[in-house]
Ligand binder design. Structure first.
Ligand SMILES: C[S@@+](CC[C@H](N)C(=O)[O-])C[C@H]1O[C@@H](n2cnc3c(N)ncnc32)[C@H](O)[C@@H]1O
Length: 317
């Protein structure tokens, strides 16, 4: 389930840039969020994909941006010149819009000045009719003090947190403020849209110089599980696959390893690889990567193609 997809990369997964195994702690954490389904662990694989594209893409579209670690990595590491980040969630959108509007410094200062107590957080997040930058601050507070960073309805405050520190166990003001300060360096290369990601894929689909990193809301646990993680969790997956088929540039898509997803990928003639990752409970799981040509992934010893689907012949029934 995407809730627990964060933090660590399977320890043996090798980055071709370095002979040593990749340690997720070595991936620069540029996002100010701790986000359910966050893709920090996927950064080394993402780099290998985008660095090997020729000609170098100018724009990367991330239609389901969430905490945005992939877009931010692409910008900070000069892998593309611009990104289009799309996120439909109102709270998340307030943060990205504020960064693009030049309020990252204001947010950094607000974070450093805030004295975090449960009462102070409740008072802050209860304010209505606030400006976009104040809404962005509310989002950061919720993301850092709610269980699992989950903003969806029904989420609640961290109970015990790390080391029994409860609500403040994920509140690192200096670190989070620094990330916002750093975002000032790339803000003018972000085009942010609070819209339906599918619509934006369609808009850029005919451009050869545009690539797409696609991490849609999906949970093998079904709609109920999706609803727990994201406010917007219903997506027309069939439509997403059809759009991917139409894109002129390249795309890389990540999904839960679920049978119905693999069926859609096969029907659209895409390649698939399974890549190991560790969830927050340190259990090893496999994530599905989908694309037009994934042969570059075969240099990873732990990556493999999913087994061919076994279809029961109707006569056998
Ligand atoms: C799996 S998460 C993306 C996580 C992201 N890759 C990261 O590293 O943080 C999917 C995101 O898509 C957003 N979303 C859901 N439906 C959407 C839609 N139709 N258009 C744009 N964003 C959408 C959700 O709010 C959620 O933030």
């Amino acid at each position: 389930m995407k809730a627990s997809r964060q933090l660590s990369l399977f320890p043996k997964l090798c980055d071709t840039e370095s002979p040593k195994p990749v340690n997720v702690a070595s991936v620069p954490q540029r996002s100010p969020f701790r986000y359910p389904g966050g893709k920090t662990w996927f950064v080394p694989t993402f780099r290998n994909w985008i660095k090997n594209l020729y000609p170098k893409p100018q724009i990367m579209v991330e239609p389901f941006a969430g905490g945005g670690i992939i877009s931010l990595t692409a910008l900070f590491e000069e892998l593309v010149s611009h990104v289009v980040m799309v996120e439909i969630d109102e709270d998340m959108a307030a943060v990205w819009q504020s960064v693009v509007d030049g309020h990252a410094g204001w947010l950094a200062k607000r974070i450093l000045d805030f004295e975090l107590t449960k009462e102070a957080v409740i008072q802050e997040i209860s304010k209505t009719d606030v400006s976009i930058k104040e809404k962005a601050f509310q989002t950061i507070l919720k993301n850092r003090t709610f269980h699992g960073g989950i903003l969806a309805d029904g989420s609640g405050f961290l109970k015990h947190g790390e080391n029994g520190k409860g609500i403040s166990s994920r509140w690192y003001p200096t670190t989070i403020a620094k990330r916002f300060d750093n975002l000032k360096l790339v803000a003018d290369r972000i085009m942010f849209r609070r819209e339906d990601g599918l619509k934006v894929i369609r808009e850029y689909s005919q451009r050869n110089d545009v690539v797409f990193f696609i991490d849609p809301p999906y949970t093998a646990g079904g709609k109920k599980a999706g609803k727990r993680l994201y406010r917007h969790y219903i997506l027309d997956h069939e439509c997403l696959f059809t759009l991917c088929k139409s894109v002129k540039g390249d795309f890389l898509m990540t999904y839960d390893n679920a049978d119905e997803v693999k069926t859609m990928a096969r029907e659209h003639g895409f390649q698939m690889r399974l890549i190991p990752m560790k969830n927050t409970h340190h259990a090893t799981m496999e994530e599905l990567v989908i694309g037009k040509d994934l042969s570059w992934m075969d240099r990873y010893p732990e990556v493999h193609e999913p087994l061919a689907e076994y279809k029961v012949d109707s006569k056998e029934k």
